[in-house]
Design a protein around this ligand. Sequence first.
Ligand code: ZN
Ligand code: ZN
Length: 283
Amino acid sequence: MREMAHCVGERAKALKLVRRFAVACFDAFFPAVCCGCGRLFSVPRLPDKSCEPSGEPSFSKLMRGYLCAACASDYHAVRSPVCVQCGEPFVSRHGLDHICGQCHEHPFCFHSARAAGLYQGGLREAIHQLKYHGRDHLAGPLGRLLWQTLQHFWDPSQIDRVVPVPLHPSRLRERGFNQAHLLVRQWPALAAQRKMAIASDWIDSRLLVRHRPTSPQIGLKKDQRATNVSGAFGIASGRRLGNDRVLLVDDVMTTGITANTCARTLLRAGAAEVRVITLARAV
Ligand SMILES: [Zn+2]
Ligand SMILES: [Zn+2]
């Protein structure tokens, strides 16, 4: 009996070695290409947990099949102290969250804005590859990062409607997808995993419309940014918001002018409040 148990144990050990060898051969012949630096790398095989024990999203774990270790570790999560309204991290890393001078003088229309990480390093590269190089498969891990960020800051069940910032139809035709919509496409499934009851139109990509094409906000001066998006957004014909709490979703927030213009439009259409969540915060 003892001999039989020993035999089974040896066989399991041998199978483990064969499996490890097969995985090493597969990695050697089919390494992944890093979306950040373009180098070949072996995908680390780690337990499939995409959150740190603290509950904070783990960028490197989510991106492990897409970014090499160096690019994945070049990630800077937005951490307190931040402005309670616009979410901008303060240069001084001491003290509690409080309102920044800008929001104190000229408050935004939205209630508050939060982002997963700074628009730098691996996160910036991943967003670039998604938006400008058609790597829409990156919306999977980036969308999960955004979902975890949402759960980190707020309770998703307190949100009645998720509204991605729309693209103008001409830009949509050119790009083939709206990255903000792709980021939230898997959220109903993630909400179902949490046993969260959501309406069938929880993700509402047709509510907000962009009337005219606008230039990318990054690269413009502050006054040009305001003019660029002024009057650019509207509500789809015949739609109203019945006192809904809205979450506006975008990939990057720079000055917050786009988010503010969208929030004003949503509030005028009847939204009770608008919160903003983005993958990255440009500082
Ligand atoms: Zn890399
Ligand atoms: Zn602020």
